[in-house]
Design a binder for this molecule. Structure first.
Ligand code: HSE
Length: 307
């Protein structure tokens, strides 16, 4: 049996405008590196954190609480030490806590000889997400664990639908270097939505999913709309409207808040368009003198991988 494993846990975009808390896709290249060792010292603990800072206390660390949840369902006499090279900034809106939670449970599952299927790991990883955001949701976790686009039909019981991904679809993500904690950007949301807005959103989500199946980029563009969340949250993101208009004017199929922000994502048809869209999206932050990261990524169809 192997006693250590290194994995790449990718970043992800949740909500995708029309699917708050249910829709997400997985990114290439950007992600955390997680190294887990199984040893004889019982318990789950952090051995080393490099890169962006995250809590080292196991009770406050999303990776540790997620692994603890797994070990409640599959007891082991061994302990696990976790080292994370944190490359996704916490509070950036591209699934930082999801990468660590999903990555850690994935690695421990490998070390235990794979007692759980990838989808079954979501229940444990969600414990990490709940620590970070105050609520259980799997819209970042599902694409990280399963790859591609995913729809979370239910979290209790867990029921995930893997969706097809049109071949030419490319994501552009801009991350202004400010921190927006999910717990705070969820706190400003109202519990109730109007029936009229819910109807519009249902139409958009259904149409978007159909467009993924049929490679209908025009329909995708018409349905990448957020009637429910964007109006409340976009005010927390500097220059959101300007960036969104810039992306659409350069031919993006759609543009919206990535997860709970502050990152903004756009989807485009083809790499060339995605790059042009990226230049337009960066312009307002250049003028403002606000530091940012720009990622241009195809959709990662595999999700987490062992290195
Ligand atoms: N669906 C979540 C939200 C994603 O928007 O709050 C962020 O974790």
């Amino acid at each position: 049996m192997i006693s250590e494993v290194k994995i790449f846990a990718p970043a992800s975009v949740a909500n995708v405008s029309c699917g708050f808390d249910v829709l997400g896709f997985c990114l290439d290249h950007v992600g955390d590196l997680i190294h887990v060792k199984m040893n004889e010292k019982p318990g789950v603990y952090i051995e080393n954190i490099k890169g962006y800072d995250v809590p080292k206390n196991p009770l406050d660390n999303v990776a540790c609480v997620a692994v603890d949840a797994l070990l409640k369902s599959y007891s082991s006499k061994n302990g696990f030490s976790i080292s994370i090279e944190k490359k996704i900034k916490p509070g950036s809106g591209i699934g930082s806590s999801a990468a660590s939670s999903a990555g850690a449970v994935y690695a421990v599952n490998e070390l235990l000889g794979r007692p759980f299927k990838r989808e079954e790991l979501l229940d444990f990883a969600m414990v990490g997400e709940a620590l970070a955001s105050g609520e259980y949701h799997a819209d970042n976790l599902a694409p990280v664990l399963l790859g591609g686009f995913t729809l979370v039909r239910s979290i209790n019981p867990i029921d995930i639908v893997s969706l097809p991904c049109p071949p030419e679809l490319i994501a552009t993500i801009i991350h202004p270097k400010i921190e927006l904690k999910t717990i705070h950007s969820r706190a400003i949301l109202k519990d109730d939505v109007s029936l009229k807005k819910a109807v519009l959103q249902l139409g958009n989500l259904g149409a978007f999913i159909s467009a993924l199946h049929t490679n209908d980029y025009d329909l995708m563009s018409r349905s990448l709309k957020d009637e429910l969340i964007e109006p409340s949250r976009s005010i927390l993101i500097p220059k959101f409207d300007e960036i969104k208009n810039g992306a659409i004017n350069q031919g993006a199929l759609g543009c919206g808040i990535s997860g709970s922000g502050p990152s903004i994502f756009a989807l485009s048809k083809g790499m060339l368009n995605a790059k042009k869209v990226g230049i337009a999206m960066a312009e307002p932050y250049k003028k403002l003198g606000l530091e940012y990261d720009l990622h241009i990524s195809s959709i990662n169809k595999k999700g987490i991988k062992i290195l």
